[in-house]
Ligand binder design. Structure first.
Ligand SMILES: [Zn+2]
Length: 246
């Protein structure tokens, strides 16, 4: 009799356990289905609302001038978008020649001396100079006092008197990746000061023979440096101006 009772009690416990866990299982299964259905509905909404929005903040972060006209951004954004990762991840020495090659296709320079034609230019970039140095620039002969004009738009960042270069100008490109250097100048044009933004073709100085040019050897010494840090404008890696001016 006592055995019969405990057996029934055990059976009851088993039945209760089966019901409770079974019910719980069914509840969880239904809940899972609900969540799945909700997840299946949501993605189209999420894609429709999120994807068009998210690229534009990214573009804002990468390019300083996203709200410019399409034509302006076509020339500016490739430079801004391509180069910063390379320069921030790598050392300036390694990245500079690499990023320099990407400028060649997009950079539109003019010959920075009035009246000089492309076919008159000589490639003197690899020429040897004193103390084992390489020229790393182009010399453009012209008569004394010939106007020197900005090769590209950009800010005049430094007017400097140097032993070798004589009277010189450092100009930073609009994308702040390149420094244009003009040397052996006779004098600066009126109103040219550090911090002044000049347009391409604007007269900034006059051809001279100052520094180590040699008396009467009137020419513009012009170089282009790729800089990792615009504040350290003298530390760039020079790229050959000749193919960019031809
Ligand atoms: Zn030179």
């Amino acid at each position: 009799m006592a055995l019969e009772v405990t057996r029934r009690a055990r059976l009851l416990v088993v039945v209760i356990v089966v019901f409770v866990f079974g019910g719980l299982g069914i509840f969880l299964w239904l809940r899972g289905r609900q969540l799945k259905r909700a997840a299946a509905i949501q993605p189209p909404f999420a894609q429709a609302s999120v994807t068009p929005v998210s690229p534009s903040p990214a573009a804002v972060a990468e390019t300083p001038t996203p709200e410019q006209t399409p034509t302006a951004s076509v020339t500016v954004t490739p430079l801004a978008a391509e180069t910063p990762p390379a320069q921030s991840d790598q050392s300036p020495v390694n990245s500079a020649p690499f990023s320099g090659s990407s400028f060649v296709g997009t950079l539109k320079l003019i010959i920075p001396v009035v009246g000089v034609r492309p076919d008159q230019l000589l490639d003197t970039f690899a020429d040897a100079r004193s103390e084992g140095r390489v020229h790393d620039a182009i010399d453009i002969p012209a008569a004394a006092g010939t106007p020197v004009i900005a090769a590209a738009d950009g800010e005049v960042i430094k007017l400097f008197q140097s032993d070798r270069g004589g009277t010189t100008i450092y100009q930073l490109s609009v994308d702040r990746k390149l420094v244009f250097y003009y040397a052996h100048l006779q004098r600066y044009a009126d109103g040219i000061v550090a911090g002044k933004f000049v347009k391409q073709g604007e007269v900034i100085a006059y051809v001279g023979d100052t520094g180590n040019a040699g008396t009467g050897n009137f020419h513009l010494h012009f170089s282009i440096a790729v800089v990792a840090d615009p504040k350290r404008y003298w530390e760039g890696t020079n790229i050959n101006p000749y193919p960019l001016l031809r």
